[in-house]
Design a binder for this molecule. Sequence first.
Ligand code: THU
Length: 131
Amino acid sequence: MTVKQEWLAIADEALTKAYVPYSHFPVGACLVTKAGQTYQGVNIENASYGLTNCAERTAIFKAVSEGERDFQHLVIAGNTPEPISPCGACRQVMAEFCAPDMPVTLVGEHGVTKETTVSELLPYAFTEKDL
Ligand code: THU
């Protein structure tokens, strides 16, 4: 399904809730289940920088910890000139919980968007099939 305005708005609103005292680089996410439930995520930083949790992983972990397993769409928003590019760790977590063809909408400032998929973001992913 194409991205809904509501999902974009949820990811955008999340930007205001990001905990980013160190980078001042807020990121927001909206993960949508196949049933239409939305989970908002923000990046949450830490004084020991390496413990930072990215926005999209926060959304995925919130949903998974509520028992959700079936997802249809992920929106990730940043205040970046180009649509935000998710980090490698988040791409691996997406590959764990989302189908390879699941749409991912990347959003930058002024609403500039790029439509992609989980497998485009992480081709040749290491998954349970490889164990
Ligand atoms: N960050 C995210 O939350 N998601 C991304 O897709 C890229 C990076 C966060 C991590 C850190 O809090 C800040 O952006 C700067 O790296």
